[in-house]
Write a protein that binds this ligand. Sequence first.
Ligand code: ZN
Length: 359
Amino acid sequence: MTTALVFHPDFLLHEQSRDHPERRERLSYTIDQIREEGLMHHPAVKVIIPGFASMEAVSRVHHPEYLAFLEHASRTGGFIDFDTNVPPNLLSHALLAAGGAIRAADAVLDGEAENAFALVRPPGHHARPGTGAGFCYLNNMAIMVRHVQQRGLEKVMILDWDAHHGDGTQAFFYEDPSVLFTSIHQSPFYPGSGSIDETGYGPGTGYTANMPVPAGTGDESYTYLLETIIEPFAREFRPDLIAVSAGQDNHFTDPLTGLALTAAGYAGLMKGAVGLARELCEGRLVAILEGGYSVEGGLPYTNLGILAAMAGLDLRSIREPEVYREWLIRVSDPSAHTRVRENAHALRTRLAPYWACFR
Ligand SMILES: [Zn+2]
């Protein structure tokens, strides 16, 4: 099995400010770790340098007025929300990230690799048709999904496991039964959406599934949601492609969030997703990096675990350095799992009218 690792050195150019959490070290430390582990030149990993997304691909999902705003603000500087400003050359950096997502999909569709991990920034899942938000400008996931549908695939299942609800991505597909949007995220938390009651609208009713989890949630609960919600749901929906919005801010060392997932937990989640893709859609899986702000203690190990799981490598050595383990004990809340099970039961009840697997 070959996994495409889509990366461009220019993904490091984007910078809102030197102290912004969405900073270039998120990727540079990850790349160093992947290189150190020998995966940049491993026969199971094919490194691909992407190009820019075309305006045609981006215009399939974003409003022309918003793109014109980004173009103008990329010359003059601009502002979207209190933690999302528009630095010089932003549009070019965002188009390269979107191009990374598209190139990852093309690698899979053209048979260059079984699956692909687009290690891009800036991230995208809070970006909506007409605006950016929460460090995001262009929705790389939505652009990639419409691209593969343009190329002939019909049904896409999105698994967004970023610690924040993927409100932007949900907005694109809320009325669309060709895209099953599922999200596991900390709640209550930014951006405030993502309740169990948000299940889609019109023809898309029943095609959105939100799994809010409380602070302190760890590996056991994510495995539980994978096995009891994601897997049966995927088997009934039967996607042509599984797309993972891979936000690594659930890691127990993340400075912005309160979850307790480990690098091994991430690797296990991705192993499950890869297994589903093999079972249902000839292995076609595209993962796109979203958040994750633990530059030293989290991202190098979580991204390594995800890549190793995608490439079918031995996962037993995937773990953070011991020095971080006491953080895990501090952040974990053993009572969170009870709440996760209750929420999962409520979600199954909510979706039962639409899906036999939840009856
Ligand atoms: Zn996030």
